[in-house]
Design a protein around this ligand. Structure first.
Ligand SMILES: [Zn+2]
Length: 145
């Protein structure tokens, strides 16, 4: 599977109380074999591995093939992502671009990923509106390669 799209999500749950283990439990309750995301960025900005990147994710219906999903913990319709979370997100996305020979144009929000069939506000307006700046930061880091 050649990775072509990197998809940013939010958990749509409280950034303080939600941990990777909670997401894993919710996804198993929905019948997934394991957590659907490949990386989780917790409220403190800590980066936690999710599903192995060699296994197709379950995070963006219609666009799971050839994509990786990262979930930033928080409800960014109402909360604002923390600075450490944004830095961690730039780190994750830059790392994936390096690993899979991609650039910032491969980065999407769940709401606008090509092929996606879910109508969604994910990753929430307060993260969605930072995606252009996040992509610029990734692009700047990639130019330093
Ligand atoms: Zn999502």
């Amino acid at each position: 599977m050649k990775i072509q799209k990197l998809v940013v999500h939010h958990s749509a749950t409280n950034s303080v109380t939600t941990k990777r283990a909670d997401i894993e439990r919710w996804h198993r309750q929905r019948g997934f074999s394991q957590i659907g995301y490949h990386k989780v960025i917790e409220g403190d900005g800590g980066i936690v591995d999710g599903r192995p990147e060699t296994i197709q994710g379950a995070h963006a219906r219609g666009a799971n093939h050839a994509s990786l999903g990262v979930c930033v913990v928080g409800n960014f319709e109402t909360e604002v992502p923390s600075a450490p979370q944004i830095e961690a997100l730039v780190d994750v996305l830059t790392g994936w671009c390096n690993t899979y020979k991609l650039d910032e144009t491969c980065i999407y929000g769940h709401f606008n990923v090509p092929g996606g069939t879910t109508r969604t506000a994910c990753p929430g307006r307060n993260l969605k509106n930072q995606l252009p700046a996040i992509k610029q930061k990734v692009a700047a880091r990639l130019r330093l390669r």
